[in-house]
Design a protein around this ligand. Structure first.
Ligand code: AMP
Length: 593
């Protein structure tokens, strides 16, 4: 008899199963692994669960309900159409849909499940969840804590005690839990959070930012009707997701409003750095919650053996970066953060019904992938350096991008040479292909920025795209033989530790002081720049088009100094960068006046 594992989430839910020793999340008929936790009735009274219900939410909120999990264990009544529902009755509808999904995918009746709940759920909330399962026709074998389920996916059932910090940032809620795992026993030592913080807030901040841009561009507000606002919110969420794998992303929404007889559109490229500025204060709050959880568990950050990320919003690079900076340890990756709770619940269900379960296998890329680029050293620009875009052992599918700038005045061509390997000298690695980005406009060195994106899919196909900033896509290269390797999460952790040890040994200085014969290395003609500087330069280019001549000359002069400093790796660069930030800040406040 098979038993399923269910992650019954505030925003999204998933169902997973163990089959032949392997655990997997089951897709719906549309192929989607995620079922939005939304229930509604159509205008003809048809029951809608998941994406169709979510789609009608903006237009028909009186017939649709979201985030019912927040009310579990209370008597709060939701009116849908002409009937009232208690929270566990709405949850039962979602659970019934997940049971159906599993039965369709497996072709058999399912009657048993393990369901997850947040660590902080009270008895009443757990009981309400169990009752919801029973109403849905499921015998609830066990209710387990979400952080415990997430930890189970990393096959931590060793007999040594591990202390794990589980950071869970979803669509509408944030939790951090410190758990101690010894063999089969998982104890939650402390749990904190904010059940009103998540990806939805990031979407709203970005929505306001986009409305602001629209207002400045057209001198009118975005229309206030629900449908238009829902469109901007949807565009903001997509933009946010794109910015997790790209340094820049473009929002395009046509016909958002009108001015007289003219239709008004919103089209703007947004830098990841600008999005990060918007969400940083909210993420700072999550770090404070981590500290509170550690204090409650009477642990120092060094005593944490592992950090696990859960929830779709932890795909945002800044989230990972801030946690690593704060705790001095990189989170373990490998299992998709929005699926790992369901996978863990299924593993537990499998164990309870006597299935033998293997370690979860994840697909990783065996060799780093990158391009040849110049690097600034104290003795000047060194060409032929291997600039890694996707590091080895990254879990596939993966999409990453870096921004580069030209190194010569009037440079018209950039050659993108793609390599695979671990050597700091590009040519020592395996060449995968190359192509040229041509007809660049005449600009001083550093004046042109090029974003190089690597997209590596589940079939081992690498697609490289280059985009000249402000101009759009310039070239694509598809490599079919880049290969994938299957590693268990244990092997992955070991492989990562081995690699770390290698880097500890080989200090950064090697690159700067080694006596590499530059004449034998290939000539490369782009230099990597930080995303922050890229975003600033981007804003400056846009500003140049709007300010008066005197200011433009001043700004151009500053940009030239920055380009020189960047090319020569001058110590003055941070000061100049700050000067540019100030310039942009004052220009934007003047513009508001
Ligand atoms: P969850 O509740 O775990 O399913 O997380 C849902 C939230 O994750 C939503 O706010 C999504 O917009 C967000 N999300 C999903 N994928 C990404 C991504 N690649 N980058 C940033 N946020 C994401």
């Amino acid at each position: 008899m098979k038993a399923i594992g269910i992650d019954l989430g505030t925003t999204n839910s998933e169902v997973a199963i163990v089959e032949n020793g392997q655990v997997r999340v089951l897709p719906g008929e549309d192929g989607d692994l995620i079922l939005p936790s939304v229930v509604g009735f159509s205008d003809t009274g048809k029951l809608l669960v998941g994406r169709p219900a979510l789609r009608q939410y903006a237009a028909a909120p009186e017939r649709t309900v979201k985030s019912i999990k927040r009310w579990m264990g209370t008597e709060h009544k939701t009116t849908l159409g002409d009937k009232e529902y208690l929270p566990h009755e709405v949850s039962a509808i979602i659970l019934r849909a997940l049971k159906q999904r599993a039965e369709n995918a497996l072709g058999e009746t399912i009657t048993q499940a393990v369901i997850t709940v947040p660590a902080y759920f009270t008895d009443a909330q757990r009981q309400a969840t169990k009752t919801a399962g029973e109403i849905a026709g499921l015998e609830v074998l066990q209710i387990i804590n979400e952080p415990t389920a997430a930890a189970l996916t990393y096959d931590l059932r060793s007999f040594e005690t591990e202390r794990v910090l589980v950071y869970d940032l979803g669509g509408g809620t944030f939790d951090v839990s410190v758990v101690e795992i010894t063999g089969e026993v998982t104890e939650v030592l402390a749990s904190h959070g904010n059940n009103r913080l998540g990806g939805d807030d990031f979407d709203r901040l970005l929505q306001l930012h986009l409305a602001d841009i629209f207002r400045k561009q057209h001198n009118v507000d975005v229309p206030d009707d629900a449908a238009t606002q829902a469109r901007i919110l949807g565009a903001a969420e997509q933009l946010k997701i794109d910015l997790s794998s790209h340094a820049f992303a473009t929002v395009r929404e046509a016909f958002l409003g009108t001015k007289g007889k003219t239709a008004l559109h919103l089209e703007r490229e947004i830098a990841r750095a600008d999005f990060e500025k918007l969400i940083r204060p909210l993420l700072q709050e999550t770090l404070e919650a981590i500290d509170r959880a550690l204090t409650d568990a009477s642990l120092e950050s060094e005593e944490i053996d592992r950090i696990i990320l859960v929830g779709g919003s932890t795909r945002i690079p800044l989230v990972q970066q801030m946690i690593e900076e704060h705790l001095g340890q990189a989170p373990t990756d490998g299992i998709q953060p929005d699926l790992c709770v369901a996978l863990g619940a299924a593993l537990q269900a499998g164990v309870l019904v006597g299935e033998s379960v293997d370690a979860i296998l994840v697909d990783v890329i065996p060799h780093s992938l990158g391009i040849a680029a110049a690097v600034a050293t104290p003795i000047g620009i060194m060409p032929g350096y291997f600039s890694v875009i996707i590091p080895r052992n990254s879990v596939v599918p993966v999409s990453r991008s870096h921004v580069y700038s030209t190194v010569m005045d009037q440079q018209q061509i950039v050659e993108i040479e793609v390599f695979q390997g671990e050597n700091a000298i590009a040519e020592e690695n395996v060449p995968l292909g190359s192509y040229k980005v041509e007809n660049l406009p005449p600009k001083p060195a550093g004046g042109i920025q090029i974003e190089v994106n690597f997209d590596f899919d589940l079939n081992g196909i690498l697609t490289v795209t280059t985009t000249e900033k402000g101009k759009g896509q310039q070239g694509t290269l598809v490599v079919n033989n880049a290969g994938i390797q299957k590693l268990s999460s244990h092997q992955l952790t070991r492989a990562k530790a081995d690699l770390e040890a290698l880097f500890d040994f080989e200090s950064d200085e090697t690159i700067e002081t080694s006596t590499i014969d530059i004449s034998t290395t290939i000539a490369t003609d782009v230099v990597e720049i930080t995303p922050e500087l890229a975003a600033l330069l981007d804003s400056a280019q846009k500003l140049l088009e709007t300010i008066d001549e005197e200011q433009a000359l001043e700004l151009q002069d500053l940009l030239e100094q920055i380009e020189d400093a960047s090319a020569n790796n001058s110590a003055e660069l941070p000061d100049l960068q700050e000067e540019l930030e100030d310039f942009l800040y004052y220009a934007s406040t003047n513009e508001l006046e």
